[in-house]
Unconditional design. Sequence first.
Length: 404
Amino acid sequence: MGARLTDEHGAVPDHDATITKLGDLASGAGLRRVTMLAWRDLDDPEAGGSEIHASMVARYWAEAGIEVTMRTSFAPGHPQVAWRDGYRVIRKAGRYLVFPRAAISQSLGWHGPSDGLIEIWNGMPFFSPVWARGPRAVFLHHHHAEMWNMTLPDRLASAGRLMESRLAPPLYRHTEIITLSASSKRELVEEMGLRPGRITVVPPGIDPRFTPGGSRSSVPLVVAVGRLVPVKRFDVLVRALAEMRTDLPRLEAVIVGEGYKREELEALQRSLGAEEWLHLPGRISDDELVALYRRAWVVASASAREGWGMSLTEASACGTPVVATRIGGHADAVVEGTTGLLVDRDTELAGAIGSVLRDEDLRGRLGRGGLAYASELTWESTALGTLAVLARDARRLSGLPADR
């Protein structure tokens, strides 16, 4: 289950204690200023779990007194330099030029000195081992693998897969890697050849707003949340739901999110005659999302690759059962048989969702299991766990003992 950080007495630290510990940890390692390099910003129209994760970590570090600068690509409609939750965001260059430009600006110190660097490797790396000096750590949520072929022409996809799987990993053999789940760590070791001793698992947290409440929908309601992009495979989920309506004619579904696959999903919706029962509201507010999780009978994911599956644990925190594909990340976000069900094949998806929708006792048991599991996952733990990795590298390079 989750790796919730505890003190020496086994108690979970509260917020103020966490901030104090973060400040002490940073001070002891000489980390006053930290730079994060990210492909996308939280304000980007295609921002997802990776961006939420980085933003939450930066927010807690900033609250602890660390000067955090996040260097990322342009976000349409937003200024080049801004402040969010106490940390600075610099948005310069496009989706592809951000990689060389960020490397050059950071290595030359154009945006001020830095005591530590976090590289967020989201498919394309920034190659920080080649040019960066000083303490470093890398957020690497999962191996993208076939995702390249889902988004790029064959030749570019092949080049991307070669770079990610074979060319880049040897350069990171001495780099501290942070990933979200034990199952993702196995993928990074087995598929990318990264060293297990250099990979630390730090699960993501859940915002406290995700809690049980309200009442369930009067009809069977399946909810899915994520960017409308190929890897999420919402088309697979929609076809499974359409198949289920033969036996559950009152079933309704809501898919929350935006992305460049919206038109294709809408076309599938029309071809299946699903306009009345399948709803695509786009982005919704945080309060609306909480209310939707609470109304849902099941929250589902047919994704092909994930570092975790944040929508699944958010649903668990609302007491809602989950059904998802058995992939790295999902295998940790879902405690099989306790918080939800995992399926090995697409053909099993409809049956698994249907079994939860039809069995009220099963839904109640999975909902209670989800609440217990979700209580172990906090952003305080995530912020502490990730800073501990960077601090360890800083102390190593300074010749200081591993712990004080």
